[in-house]
Ligand binder design. Sequence first.
Ligand code: NAD
Length: 256
Amino acid sequence: MYLKGKVAIITGAASGIGRATAILFAQEGAKVVVTDINNTGGLETVRIIKKRKKQALFVHADVSKESDVKTMVKTVKEAHKKVDILVNNAGIVLVKPIMETTEQDFETVVNTNYKSVFLCTKHVLPYMKKGGTIVNVASISGHVGQINHAVYGGTKGAIIALTRALAWELAPRGIRVNTISPGSVETPMLLGDVQIEAKRLGVSMDKIKKERSDIGALHRWADPKEIAEAILYLASDKSSYVTGTDLLVDAGWAAG
Ligand SMILES: NC(=O)c1ccc[n+]([C@@H]2O[C@H](COP(=O)([O-])OP(=O)(O)OC[C@H]3O[C@@H](n4cnc5c(N)ncnc54)[C@H](O)[C@@H]3O)[C@@H](O)[C@H]2O)c1
């Protein structure tokens, strides 16, 4: 068990990559804190973990709001006294041409995807000791240009830059900070993204899905579990010499 006795907060763990990470971390011995804006999905993640006789706690939080983040961290502190691992995974996608993007759209995406990383990191750090790890979920969109994903991609590029700087800032405290950049992962988010694109172009979802699969050398989407495995590597002591890096888990998309 790679995470025996570790306390791990995973944001956005009610669905997709976050849920898969929470389940894997619990399997590896972590006391998992599932946090999300979606209570039903969050509680379902906890139910799946507890059914396997592992430990998990759901704490509701909108991670784009400082008051929610503070309350979430306080609850975790009261339950577990410490935090060893923070996975900043919560996010939303925006698929819109820049000229149709409103100020409200911009603020919602930036606050959910980027401000949340700042808020969770800031408020968790007082309870994170030497050996702690932070894994931020960026995206292939932070590396390559994607039509109608400018604001979303901007948040992911920002997360990668923030991570590099934090790796240096937190190294003296013995805390490592890294990002992961997934390619196409079969989750409700990507399916929604493909649906919008298919509607915009007047083609079938299968056509867009095939195109998005063929953009990677492996010609398929990832299962969220395959991303969770990479997050586990960065969160665990297996990556003890790795900080400030971005791990592309993209089937070779960026390499093509
Ligand atoms: N699916 C992909 O292909 C893909 C590719 C690259 C990066 N990512 C990134 O992976 C992460 C997870 O995405 P996913 O595909 O699993 O999506 P998902 O929609 O399945 O899960 C995202 C979760 O984040 C939660 N969330 C959204 N806003 C929140 C808020 N303000 N506070 C708390 N929770 C909030 C949602 O409720 C949901 O449970 C995101 O950061 C996304 O940008 C996904």
